[in-house]
Design a protein around this ligand. Structure first.
Ligand code: ZN
Length: 348
């Protein structure tokens, strides 16, 4: 299955879908799932809900489609473009990146510029570049030329970075957060044999406040939920295992709590369910108690009277950068786990 998953992730990673403009990703998912589900629909906010009908017990799976990106907020008279960030960027990662502006006349290439490092004062260099110091250069000489190309206030912007293969079944690209989860759910739905009704929700606007998960969980009102996302492994220089104990290539992780309990405190029944299925089928998993970061499960588990939830995550290095790295096998093991779990009712 490795190559199939790799190809799918490649397609999803190269697609563009900043929070609020997830349309391109949506089209890929729709094409992949159309033949395999009973119903596939878009809700008011833009969530894509794929349903496979079964008995009364219902499970919601969630994966956010959106990626972190930028939006045009001001165009100066010389055609340089100022932007806001959508989602959690570390500003120095943006400096000198190539970007794609999704204008009214199609894609426009650009680069993120800033003050030349040669001209920076020593303290400027030390402090690091800030978002306010940067701008997008599309080669235009005037504001009118920018407009002519279909770029305007509100144009969404994404990073321009192609998927690439590294050694050992590892791959690198942008937006693995959370196209990894999207690939995991697509592969699960394509092979699903479950007695339950399973809703796969590809959510919007996670990176700006878990928004799509909130509205879709409310309307679906499932008996339980599993969100899929990426999480931080501590298996490379600069991180200690005591601070991030997960490793890439050792299987997906099951969240016990994230964000030190301020995000999700998973329902113990949900954790036991996935853990016991993994043990019964020899599927490698890792357990996660996270200190920072959260997922769609945080919004879902607080919906209505409370929905038993946990998160299944793919360890991915350098997340929220254009060079995220993951091991394809972790996605495959995640698919195996969900396929087996969805045959057994969790004890809640
Ligand atoms: Zn994410």
């Amino acid at each position: 299955m490795s190559d199939v998953v790799k190809e799918l992730l490649k397609k999803l990673s190269n697609a563009h879908g900043v929070s609020g403009s997830e349309g391109n990703v949506y089209e890929i998912i729709r094409k992949e799932l159309r033949k395999y589900v009973d119903d596939i629909r878009e809700d008011t906010l833009g969530n894509l809900i794929a349903t496979k009908k079964g008995n009364k017990f219902s499970v919601m799976l969630a994966a956010h489609m959106d990626e972190i990106g930028l939006m045009v907020k001001f165009i100066d008279e010389k055609g340089f473009i100022r932007f806001v960030t959508l989602g959690g960027w570390y500003a120095p990662t943006l400096y000198s990146q190539r970007v794609v502006l999704h204008g009214t006349k199609g894609k426009v290439p650009g680069v993120i510029g800033g003050k030349p490092v040669h001209l920076m004062e020593e303290d400027e260099r030390k402090k690091g570049v800030r978002v306010e110091d940067m701008f997008i250069d599309i080669g235009a000489r005037t504001a009118a030329e920018v407009e002519e190309l279909g770029v305007e206030i509100g144009t969404p912007v994404t990073i321009d970075r192609e998927f690439t293969e590294l050694a050992n079944g590892r791959v690198s690209g942008k937006a693995f957060d959370n196209r990894a989860g999207v690939a995991l759910l697509i592969k699960t739905m394509q092979q699903l044999e479950s007695p339950f009704t399973v809703y796969s929700v590809f959510t919007v606007q996670e990176e700006v406040g878990l928004k799509g998960a909130r509205t879709s969980a409310f309307s679906i009102d499932p008996d339980c939920a599993v969100a899929t996302d990426v999480t931080i492994p501590g298996d490379h220089p600069g991180v200690e295992k005591k601070d991030a104990a997960l490793e890439m290539g050792k299987g997906p992780s099951i969240t016990i709590i994230d964000s030190s309990g301020r995000g999700l405190i998973a329902h113990p029944g949900m954790v036991r369910w996935l853990k016991s299925v993994a043990a019964a089928h020899d599927i490698p998993i890792q357990m996660e108690v996270g200190a920072g970061g959260t997922t769609d499960a945080t919004a879902i588990h607080l919906t209505r009277g409370g929905i038993p939830s946990t998160t299944l995550s793919v360890p991915a290095r350098y997340i929220h950068s254009p060079v995220e790295v993951l091991d394809i096998h972790d996605i495959e093991e995640g698919v195996r786990l969900l396929l087996e779990a969805l045959k057994v009712k969790p004890k809640l």
